[in-house]
Design a protein. Sequence first.
Length: 451
Amino acid sequence: MKRDSIDFESGEIGTLFRRMLVPTLLGTLAMSAMTVIDGMIVGHGVGAIGVAAVNIVVPIYLIMSGIGIMVGAGCSVVASIHLSQNKLKVARLNVTQALLVSALVVTFIAALVLIFPEDTARLLGASPTLMPHVLDYMIWLMPGFIFEMFGLIGLFIIRLDGAPRFAMWCNIIPAVLNAILDWVLVFPVGMGVKGAGVATSFCMILGGVMALGYLIFKANNLKLQLPKLSLKSFRLTLRNIGYQCRIGLSSLMGELSLAVLIYIGNLIFMRYLGDDGVGAFGISCYYTPFFFSVGNSIAQSAQPIISYNYGVERWSNVARVRRLLLSTSFAVGVVVALLFCLLPEPLVALFVDASSRAGEIAIAGFPYFALGIVFFILNVAVIGYYQSVERIGRTILLVSLRGLIFLLPCFILLPRLYGEAGIWLAMPISEVLTLLSIVVASRIDRLRGVA
């Protein structure tokens, strides 16, 4: 089956993977760069307290984006399998249902946050000192999330439709504009963290409009198709969305695991090291979406190839893509980990004065934090693989292990044993234990003859 210049049916696997990976990786790295630049501008324009305030709000951002990634990943797998079976109308209907329902859900959540902003901020762990900055950022961020759903889900579908380069530009253009607006609103205009929130929200809207515009006017096969207004259609929509969410649930849980990491980390750092500790942890959390994006972009690049070949039962092709997925994730993870181990001071200085208390805490902690990067990226990629072949139970188990079952005890026990270093080691130890679980599960699969 040909979609634009991407031939999932007869294309060479290595070439397909590279053609999907390069634009996907560049696009997601651009979005990660947007996050990092946002933090740099806030750090130098407002100070460590601004970084800490933004970090308090990050769990909400991850929950919202997790909903979009969950529905997008599930919809992409379902639509890919339908396309491999020449069920074009069904694939289009699934795409439209995914966009409509996710936008409604996120609108409801955003409305609750806007109605109860101070309660939400306190629940997230904001101290009295951080409260005004948290509110300034959070309130202005909320309107953009509705369009963020169109962007997140749309990118999955645009890649599946054979246009990974356009998907890349849907990331890059808002990212560049966000950096410009951030600087203008924080420095010349003097809006502080409120300016960062306005800039980010505006660029989420832009990315969503670009993705939605493609699906309405430019799509090759996966054009939007509105469902009928009937009780039967409503039930069908609920059924389809439910199945998409089951497949994509691990993606939501992956984002939730990041949210848990940041939320619990904020509480632990606040307890042991105060606002400066949260600011230092906030710097590492600005980089964490970068690690996640690397692993996730590798998984997203492989997903349509795996799902298509899985749908037509070409198991040798599935195995080849899996090998490419693992080798690429490992190689990239090693490079990124070395960067953070060897250059903590300049990486921290991008955000705050390296000689400040927050800077000193971050510089001391980065080498410990970097130990988990290889395992983090590998785990994200492997979970994406299991999702692509509809191993729903396996993906949910692995995400639960890394995000809750291993992480929470590590955050509680390690600081008591190793002090400040133990806080930074919680994530790496959790990721190592998760990867060991994957290895054990894979060996059990081989003994059972399961792919």
